[in-house]
Design a protein around this ligand. Structure first.
Ligand code: FAD
Length: 556
């Protein structure tokens, strides 16, 4: 509970405050990065890097973060989007890890309620005996996570299932144990942390590849060299933290060609369909025929299924392959619980794949490898963050900074006890009331108000005030969102804005194509793109969508 009391309420940011990453300010940011001497430079703008930058800046350290592609363009936009302790890791005996992440759920919810929305995770049971076992596991989980009594699990019988989760085959699964978990938007959680870092004084930049690490210039400084289109940039820092997720080894070798590899990779895919095809109401937690856990997650008008866990040796890439056999597997396994035929692959609307970077445990199946994080200190003092989960990002950040502090050998300050909510998190409770007020105040369609509240939390009002005019025919996406993405969230390309800020492929997959031109046109006004440049940007997103959707096409 202590962490909750430390979170200050009602002092959150507004649009006018300093939590701004503006794509228009890129040249000024680059100059400042080059001129500064930093206490801590972070490589990688996924959730680990964003959390570290946030913690570092909040400790009062001069902080910079460099991201090769876009913020959250790696694994941190490809997760199942659950803020969870990982009930299944109890079976692997990882009590300390589960305790930590299960407790973190409350803090993330407090920092950004819109990015940790409570939901029921539903474990179906075939018999009373099976139900008892599930219940015992859930009670242990709740005990470790210090779950408040009002949030504790409930048992649903067949009648209650008919009311709360009618999609389940009640003949085969007449009972279920429903326990609390939280739904997030991973990419937007990254952006919120980066903006909180900037609010606390950090400098962050996307689309800048770190490709050289100069060993300590002297006892006190390390140099990091980055390549951007048309420019090379050198940063100087006391400490260096490598939070490059699946690319970790690449950076470790840049620092020390003799670094011993520690990672193994595993690919996880998800498939998205309109909720009408599989009307899941909550989050189903299902045991597959090959003894893995799968999720079916309801989000607004869509349901997504995930995830696979396929060991891969391939070089890490930002867009891992999506195998149609893996998609068929997900559809088949989940449908078996629902007593209905699997929706056809062709009726699904999007799919995504992500890479897990796991600390290798030779001899273990990928799904049994621990998700714990580990810190590695390189030959020249770079601290690398290996493994971990989205949910535990704050704890990973604290440990990484403490380790970096030891490396530089100074008195590294602690984070302040009272921390402000993340940008957008300055409200109590649920997004429901927030969305109702927003809709009534600005006369917005219900779907539009709900979408804005879910994405922007308490800042939704600032987004609407920027420009309330709709972008497409259905009036759900607003022009102000594009302005916000560019001026406050560092969106520099159309892909950045469409995929990771407006989140259109996930929540409005059928609307993406028709919205590309109007979004590119507004971005052209803001960023001074020529017509040719805008066309190229549209072409890039279309090509990306086509590749994402290729695995959904029926094979002839
Ligand atoms: P990343 O997000 O990959 O970030 C690394 C960043 O470093 C990238 O943006 C990359 O572009 C950048 N980078 C790489 N090289 C360089 C360079 N040379 N210079 C500059 N930048 C560089 N966890 C949960 O808690 N809940 C879940 O529901 C969940 N579901 C998951 C489902 C799947 C399928 C997968 C794969 C993982 C899931 N996880 C989940 C785990 C979680 O997503 C990851 O632990 C987390 O996103 C990893 O974040 P990261 O910052 O370490 O890596």
């Amino acid at each position: 509970m202590k962490a909750l009391h430390q979170v200050g309420r009602g002092q959150g940011p507004t649009a006018a405050d300093s939590a701004r990453i503006s794509a228009l300010q890129r040249p000024a940011t680059l100059d400042a990065l080059e001129q500064g001497l930093f206490d801590c430079v972070v490589i990688g703008g996924g959730i680990a890097g964003a959390g570290i930058a946030c913690e570092s800046a909040q400790r009062g350290l001069r902080t910079a973060l460099v991201e090769l592609d876009d913020f959250a363009s790696g694994t941190s936009s490809r997760s199942t989007k659950l803020i969870h302790g990982g009930l299944r890791y109890l079976a692997l005996g990882e009590f300390a890890h589960v305790r930590e992440t299960a407790r973190e759920r409350k803090t993330v919810r407090h920092l950004a309620p819109h990015l940790a929305q409570p939901c029921w995770a539903v474990l179906p049971a075939r018999s009373r005996a099976a139900l008892t076992l599930l219940r015992l596991a859930v009670m242990t989980y709740e005990h470790l996570g210090q779950v408040a009594s009002e949030d504790r699990h409930r048992i649903w019988n067949s009648d209650e299932l008919e009311r709360h989760e009618p999609v389940l085959d009640r003949q085969r699964y007449p009972f279920a144990c429903a326990y609390r978990e939280y739904l997030t938007d991973d990419a937007r959680l990254v952006l919120a942390n980066l903006r909180a870092a900037v609010r606390a004084g950090a400098l962050v930049i996307n689309h800048a590849l770190v490709d050289r690490i100069a060993n300590r210039f002297d006892a006190h400084e390390v140099g990091v060299s980055c390549r951007l289109s048309g420019r090379r940039l050198t940063l100087r820092s006391r400490a260096l933290i490598n939070a490059s997720g699946p690319w970790l080894e690449h950076l470790r070798v840049l620092e020390d060609p003799g670094a011993r590899p520690v990672l193994q990779w595993s690919r996880g895919i998800h498939v998205v369909m309109p909720a009408e095809l599989l009307p899941v109401q909550n989050v189903l937690v299902l045991r597959s025929s090959d003894a893995r856990y799968l999720f079916a997650v309801r989000r607004a008008g869509i349901v997504y299924l995930g995830t696979t866990d396929t060991a891969t040796q391939a070089r890490p890439v930002h867009w891992p392959e999506i195998g149609s056999d893996e998609l068929h597997y997900l559809l088949r396994e989940v449908s078996a619980y629902c007593g209905r035929q699997a929706p056809a692959l062709g009726s699904c609307v999007w799919a995504w794949a992500g890479l897990r970077a796991l600390v290798a445990q030779p001899g273990r199946r990928s799904q049994d490898v621990s998700r714990r994080d580990e810190l590695l200190v390189g030959a020249h003092g770079m601290v690398s963050v290996a493994g971990g989960k989205l949910t535990g990002y704050r704890m990973i950040a604290k440990r990484a900074l403490d380790e970096a502090g030891k490396v530089v050998g100074g008195a590294w300050p602690k984070a302040p006890r009272k921390i402000a909510p993340l940008p957008g998190g300055a409200f109590d409770g649920d997004v429901g009331p927030l969305s109702a007020t927003l809709g009534a105040s600005f006369k917005l369609a219900r779907e539009c108000a709900e979408r804005l509240s879910m994405l922007y939390g308490s800042e939704a009002v600032d987004v609407v005030k920027l420009d309330q005019r709709p972008l497409g025919d259905d009036g759900i996406v607003l022009r102000g969102e594009v302005d916000w993405a560019v001026l406050h969230e560092g969106g520099a390309t159309l892909l950045d804005v469409v995929y990771r800020r407006l989140r259109l492929p996930l929540y409005k997959p059928n609307a993406v194509t028709s919205l590309l031109e109007p979004i590119a046109s507004r971005m052209s006004d803001l960023l001074g793109w020529t017509e040719q440049r805008a066309r190229e940007q549209v072409g890039q997103v279309e090509a990306r969508m086509q590749q994402d959707l290729a695995a959904l096409q029926p094979r002839l």
